[in-house]
Design a protein around this ligand. Structure first.
Ligand code: ADP
Length: 496
């Protein structure tokens, strides 16, 4: 039995374990702020449900007590508060906060890990409660008068909400499960099934069971009414090995319920016409001004100052996923073209060392900064001619979108969100789907180097290069575009 009504504007409960700036460990925190804000601008009545970690309780000023749950089976005493979170100058989003000191008030550690970097031992209950509260508020058992049409769950931490809804005997909302990162699956021992108040029959291959354990994420994928992930190509890739991370069979079974929606970017923060971090502001009408930024960056990074030489760049978390081992192989050949390379990154210690050594071999042409530096990343995007993104896999990816906003053409491995956001330069793409960069299909140094050479040839064809740059700058990567796509999924769920 559904709770959906004939209302035009959906009511959505956005269940999440992170929201910027209150609590964030990665991209989920950013999405949980930006997407609801964009949806509210489209008149969606969306509200957040978050755990009351200390940073959430102290970060939200005016909280109103809504309900007390002294006898919530399987969980400690809990109070529900409401507040509002100001996301930007014009939008604030209502927030429901789950205050449960026994599960969320910790003096040290972080959201998921203790001070030693180990998972909190009671994470099943901590996020079981988040999931349970999501299901409760999305059903006719809710103590609130506001009941959503849709419970929108995010990653494993709220993956049990669709399972609890499935086993709720009364009226209930539809559920949407968004997969931001399939690598974290929320796996716990089978004993948690009973401890979390799920019926024994749910511990089944057609249920929460996953290779002998229970998995919150698998439960979400199995029971949710619909599923989204963060790009259309990634939505296909996860239905097969290796990118399905063990869930490919179930994802393939549910393929008709899965939609890929690209994340947005903050187009006010990433705008070369207003960017306070860059030396010379510019737009698609005065792209020649990029040269001033390029010369300044060459000076800053100790490279030979030359406005004509093609400048390649990379900014990344340094990990195997990002393919910087392949970049290390092509870098000496790139420098000999001739061309220059600027890299900013932090992470894997071996890669950090190898990159520093690489820069020492040719300091006039290759510069490396081992750091996490937001402002420098803006200057690099504004100064480079080409942005390199050789990721082995990339669910969505952000920097290829930033670089296109800055007229910096990306060279990407043809995977996931990189395929969906960068159109490869080919005779037809200049007309149909405006080309904005270059794809290499095989994940090896030869294929990557071929595209780098093709980019350099194109760079010296000034008219074609300008077309490529402007095509990238014209693309709509705003959150509004993503929010419209989510709205059409909500509409589908409302029609159920
Ligand atoms: P992932 O989330 O897998 O690391 P994304 O491309 O989706 O990759 O997002 C990473 C974001 O972090 C991008 O905006 C990227 O520019 C930024 N970033 C990564 N490393 C650095 C760094 N060393 N300095 C500044 N920004 C960085």
């Amino acid at each position: 039995m559904s709770l959906s009504s004939s209302r035009k504007n959906p009511r959505v409960l956005f269940v999440t374990s992170e929201v910027f700036p209150l609590c964030k460990t990665g991209g989920l925190g950013d999405v949980s702020a930006a997407l609801p804000a964009a949806l509210r601008e489209l008149r969606v009545d969306i509200r957040l449900l978050v755990p009351g970690y200390p940073s959430v309780l102290s970060g939200l000023k005016y909280k109103r007590k809504l309900a007390e749950f002294d006898l919530l089976p399987h969980f400690p005493p809990t109070t529900l508060f409401s507040s509002r979170l100001q996301i930007n100058e014009s939008v604030s989003v209502p927030v429901y906060v789950i205050h449960c000191p026994e599960l969320y008030q910790r003096s040290g550690g972080g959201i998921y890990l203790d001070d030693n970097g180990q998972d909190w031992p009671d994470n099943a209950r901590r996020f079981g409660l988040l999931s349970k509260m999501g299901a409760l508020l999305a059903s006719d058992a809710s103590p609130l008068s506001w009941v959503p049409d849709i419970a929108h769950c995010n990653d494993w931490q709220s993956g049990l909400t669709p399972a609890y809804l499935h086993y709720h005997p009364g009226k209930k909302s539809a559920s949407l499960m968004t997969l931001h990162n399939l690598a974290f699956q929320g796996c716990f021992s089978p004993g948690e099934v009973a401890r979390l108040g799920l019926p024994p029959e749910s511990f089944n291959v057609h249920g929460v069971e996953y290779y002998g354990d229970m998995s919150f994420l698998k439960a979400g994928i199995y029971y949710a009414t619909r599923i989204t992930t963060v790009s259309p190509t990634y939505a296909q890739e996860i239905q097969h090995e290796p990118l399905g991370f063990g869930l490919q069979g179930l994802l393939a079974e549910r393929r008709n319920a899965i939609t890929g929606i690209i994340n947005g970017i903050d187009t006010t923060v990433w705008n070369p016409a207003t960017d306070p971090h860059i030396v010379k502001k510019y737009s698609s009408r005065n792209l020649a001004a990029k040269k001033t930024n390029k010369l300044a960056l060459q000076r800053e990074m100790g490279l030979e100052e030359n406005g004509e030489i093609p400048l390649f760049a990379g900014i990344s978390r340094l990990s195997y996923q990002k393919g910087y081992d392949i970049l290390l192989q092509v870098a000496p050949m790139l420098a000999d073209l001739p061309a220059q390379l600027v890299l900013l990154g932090k992470g894997d210690q071996l890669l950090e060392k190898q990159l520093v050594t690489l820069a020492q071999t040719n300091p006039a042409r290759i510069a490396v900064r081992i750091d996490y530096d937001e402002a420098l990343s803006h200057r690099i995007n504004a100064s480079a001619d080409c942005f390199l993104m050789p990721s082995r896999f990339e669910p969505c990816g952000l920097n290829q979108m930033y670089s296109q906003r800055y007229g910096t053409s990306p060279i990407v491995h043809a995977t996931g969100g990189l395929i969906d956001t960068v159109a490869d330069l080919a005779p037809d793409t200049l007309l149909d789907e405006p080309a904005s960069g270059f794809h290499f299909r095989k994940m090896n140094a030869d294929a990557f180097m071929n595209e780098i050479k093709r980019a350099v040839d194109t760079y010296y064809d000034v008219k074609l290069w300008r077309t490529l740059q402007r095509n990238g700058m014209r693309k709509d990567f705003s959150w509004r575009a993503s929010a419209l796509a989510y709205l059409s999924i909500y509409s589908l769920l409302m029609q159920r």
